[in-house]
Ligand binder design. Structure first.
Ligand code: FNR
Length: 188
């Protein structure tokens, strides 16, 4: 059966290079894999245990449901000060408190884009550490780190333009499909 994966973008910026990468994934994915964007991390309030005690915000519940219903998650994120942006960590923190924690046993692939030469590599390794606690199953390779992202995007179409990077990402998506088919659950 065809697989569905959902994408979580770790930037709020209108002109986000990471969102441009994320917006290219549907057309780069193999035939057996559909890719849809999740809601913006900006739709989720700051984590507060007092708010949680009154009931999870609807946007958190909806995102948890969307992740649970998907066969896999792709996280596309900037690196802030050698780690993941607070807005992304905030969403993960909320999701981690849901009764049926949606990342448990869920296949996850990571991508990052940055203006620097390392393409957000250090944030990816922090993110992998977080995903250990959430018991996600994370694709090891190929690692997608888009350095000098400002030279590789097409600002007019808000997508990734660079042909070599597009090919490389298509390769990761192919590997992710195979990974999900081998290690994933039924996506229920
Ligand atoms: C950055 N940036 C950055 N880049 C990087 O490669 N390593 C880093 O540690 C940081 N740190 C960092 C901290 C903060 C607070 C900001 C605002 C930026 C630069 C970052 O890669 C650049 O702003 C990207 O364009 C952010 O991604 P989006 O928003 O374009 O998706």
């Amino acid at each position: 059966r065809p697989l569905k994966v959902v994408t979580l973008v770790g930037s709020l910026r209108k002109g986000s290079y990471n969102r441009m990468v994320a917006q290219s994934l549907a057309e780069l994915a193999p035939a057996g894999l559909s890719v849809e964007l999740l809601a913006s991390v900006g739709d989720i309030p700051h984590y507060d245990a007092d708010v949680q005690a009154e009931g999870f915000p609807g946007a958190v519940v909806a995102m948890g449901d969307a992740i649970r219903a998907a066969d896999g998650v792709i996280i596309v994120t900037p690196e802030y000060n050698y780690s993941v942006p607070g807005v992304l960590k905030n969403v993960i923190d909320w999701l981690s408190r849901l009764d049926k924690q949606p990342f448990a046993g869920k296949p996850v692939a990571i991508q990052s884009a940055s203006m620097g030469v390392f393409g957000g590599a250090r944030a990816q390794y922090h993110l992998r550490q977080i995903l250990v606690f959430l018991d996600a199953i994370v694709l090891n390779r190929p690692e997608v780190m888009v350095g000098a992202a400002q030279t590789k995007v097409n600002e007019d179409t808000a997508t990734l333009g660079d042909a070599g990077t597009r090919d490389f990402i298509a390769g990761q998506l192919k590997a992710f499909e195979a990974f999900i088919r081998k290690h994933g659950s039924d996506g229920a």
